[in-house]
Design a protein around this ligand. Structure first.
Ligand code: SAH
Length: 355
């Protein structure tokens, strides 16, 4: 039997027309929307303020899906990585990062990734498929439901598996559903999108005129080095990327974060620090230096602590705002698809592959 579509895949604006189509008043559509996104209902029987007839009609046509948790590992620092199994058996990773009052969820947008950054676990097998809007949205619902009573998701970072701007319509629906008061009602400033930075796609996100956070995975101050590290983002000229980032700032008033993964012997010397400082001087931005999380089978290592300090000091000396991201979730391989990879490898060692 084919599975019915899930209401979590529906745009917020589709609920009232759906009610009308099924012969119900529009406010019943609003109530339904509230059950799905605010009240975390999973079955129609629980939706007590909808008419029996409406509930029966819905049950024939839809489910309220919830992507299943296949593995859940916490590290001593409190970071919790979830491997989620999608309806078609494929897996993605979602991470909860608790910090003081914040509960941040790091979500995936694709199964696999087409960009294949050389140090990243997510792109090793290329892109398998895009996530649907509901599969992206549900990751926040799943984590919310795993939190102890009284705790709520406060922030979302789109920094998990996949290149979000290469699944743009689904991303836009997820952003709207998280942000809109009729959805989850998370403020735009609490939602950050991380991207390798296709200029036209940045412009399209800027056109939403929302104060979402934007993080650009820069990783190199020179075109030729960036193309080596991000082979499938080679068409992006640094010049065009910076111009698009500037337009983003003009449209949203929010300075961007440049992410820079530090790879020993490759992009982390004083030469690169000096070049990066020159490239970004005067730019309204924050630089986040990320000592690489080594991935099994890949040769990349973190620079020594004093080399990291020197790199940062050069940026600060040029008047830039720079911080080092202290590795979180090392014990559970939380960086970008690493736990998923581990679970998949364990499973393929333990079982014969599914057809
Ligand atoms: N595709 C998007 C979002 C996902 S990756 C992007 O590239 O921005 C989120 C961040 O984690 C990116 O900056 C990415 O370069 C970084 N990352 C990937 N693999 C990593 C690793 N092994 N160690 C540290 N950071 C990594």
């Amino acid at each position: 039997m084919a599975t019915l579509p899930s209401l979590t895949d529906l745009a917020l604006s589709a609920f009232e027309p759906l009610a009308a189509e099924l012969g119900e008043p529009r406010f019943a559509g609003k109530n339904l929307r509230r059950w799905v996104f605010e009240r975390h209902a999973r079955d129609f029987a629980a939706m007590s303020d909808l008419s029996k007839r409406f509930r029966a009609a819905l049950a024939e046509r839809f489910v309220v899906r919830r992507t299943a948790i296949a593995a859940d590992r916490a590290d001593p620092g409190g970071t919790r990585a979830f491997v989620l199994r999608l309806a078609d058996g494929k897996t993605i990773e979602t991470v909860l990062i608790p910090e003081e009052e914040r509960r941040t969820v790091c979500v995936s947008t694709q199964v696999g990734c087409p960009v294949a950054c050389v140090f990243c676990a997510s792109g090793l097998d290329g892109l398998i498929r895009n996530l649907t809007p509901g599969e992206i949205i549900e990751q926040v619902l799943v984590v919310q439901e795993a939190l102890p009573p009284g705790e709520s998701v406060t922030n979302v970072v789109v920094m998990g598996i996949g290149e979000p701007t290469m699944n743009l319509p689904a991303l836009e629906q997820a952003l709207a559903t998280w942000n809109d008061p009729a959805g989850l009602g998370l403020g735009a400033r609490r939602i950050t999108i991380s991207t390798v930075g296709f200029p036209a796609r940045i412009d399209r996100l800027a056109a939403l005129k929302k104060e979402f956070g934007l993080a650009i995975s820069l990783h190199a101050p020179r075109q030729e080095l960036r193309e080596k590290l991000l082979p499938n983002a080679g068409g992006i000229l640094l010049r065009d990327l910076l111009a698009a980032t500037r337009r983003w700032f003009d449209a949203t008033g929010r300075r961007v974060t440049f992410e820079y993964v530090l790879l020993d012997g490759i992009n982390a010397s004083e030469r690169e620090a000096t070049e990066l400082a020159a490239l970004l001087r005067g730019f309204p931005c924050h630089v986040n230096l990320i000592p690489v999380n080594p991935v099994d089978g890949l040769p990349y290592r973190r620079p020594a602590p004093d080399a990291i300090d020197r790199f940062k000091a050069i940026l600060l000396g040029a008047g830039l705002d720079a911080t080092v991201r202290h590795p979180r979730g090392d014990g559970i391989a939380a960086a970008c698809g690493q736990l998923r990879l581990k679970v998949e490898q364990d499973e393929s060692r333990a079982t014969t592959p599914r057809a």
